[in-house]
Design a protein around this ligand. Structure first.
Ligand code: NDP
Length: 255
């Protein structure tokens, strides 16, 4: 993607220190945006900030007061938020009958309630400027039933419902609200899934990774840059009529 289409605009990315969030930071920075990067661990955030001239802010998205403080810190550094990329998330897997109430609460708190709180913390900015964007990183698990990850799938279905509702509610404003729904992506989250398979089945790392790759129709993991390129595309002024979309990037499916 050539051109600094996003020159001077401010993108706030939750979970910006690793995986998809870090790829988004690189792509949006390359297009001219100023980036604010949020996550719990400061070290990975600072590494990404160093190569994207970004602002690293430690923030747990399960803490509403911390979100408000972090968003204010981001505004102090880079001005009003033009693009909010709600990307922070956690995955977990277990048979439903072995899923503890605490596991449900933990996953919902980050993936859904955290997204609600982040969207509310930015909505004032998003509704006032031109060509503003709210982008949720959901999952194909937000569109399909997902065995052994009912809590994760429920959180991502909730995220897609939140996105669709806000897209309609604000359709007449200069804000679009969309979600990207990836299949398995080559990130630390997938590394953790591989480790869980190894731990639970005794399979090797190679076998665990192959099992996950086989879940994408094309038999390989999606590259994080594929998600980041779509995020960048949604931020372009030319994408102003893409609203309420759940964009699947999973290597081929009928989702
Ligand atoms: P990563 O694990 O690399 O990224 C998740 C990020 O979220 C981390 O940077 C983490 O930082 C941050 N995070 C987690 N919990 C919190 C919290 N409570 N507060 C603030 N930040 C938090 O994996 P991905 O890049 O793959 O995941 C990004 C998003 O993509 C997630 O929402 C995930 O569900 C979604 N996704 C991923 C897929 C995959 O196959 N990898 C497939 C479909 C969707 P820290 O730990 O420092 O807080």
């Amino acid at each position: 993607m050539q051109g600094r289409w996003l020159e001077g605009r401010h993108a706030l990315i939750t979970g910006g220190g690793t995986g998809i969030g870090a790829a988004c930071a690189a792509h949006l920075h390359a297009a001219g945006a100023k980036v604010s990067l949020l996550g719990r661990r400061l070290e990975p955030l600072e590494k990404v900030a160093a190569i994207t001239e970004g602002k690293a802010i430690s923030c747990d998205v399960t803490d509403r007061a911390a979100i408000e403080a972090a968003f204010n810190e981001a505004r102090a550094a880079h001005g009003e938020i033009d693009y909010l990329i709600v990307n922070a998330g956690i995955a977990d897997s277990a048979p439903f009958h072995k899923t503890a109430r605490e596991d449900w609460d933990r996953v919902l708190a980050v993936n859904l309630t955290g997204a609600f709180d982040c969207a509310q913390a930015a909505i004032g900015d998003l509704l006032t400027g031109e060509d503003r964007r709210l982008i949720f990183i959901a999952s194909v698990a937000g569109l399909r039933g997902t065995p052994y990850a009912a809590h994760y799938a429920a959180s991502k279905h909730g995220l897609v419902g939140l996105m669709r509702s806000l897209a309609k509610e604000y359709a007449r404003k200069s804000l679009t609200v969309n979600a990207i729904c990836p299949g398995f992506v080559d990130t630390p989250m997938t590394d953790q899934s591989v480790a869980r398979i190894q731990e639970k089945t005794g399979r090797s790392e190679e076998e665990g990774r192959a099992a996950i790759e086989a879940l994408n129709a094309n038999g390989r993991l999606v590259h994080p840059d594929a998600i980041a390129t779509q995020v960048l595309t949604l931020c372009l002024p030319q994408s102003r009529d893409t609203n309420g979309a759940a964009i699947v990037i999973d290597g081929g499916s009928d989702a």
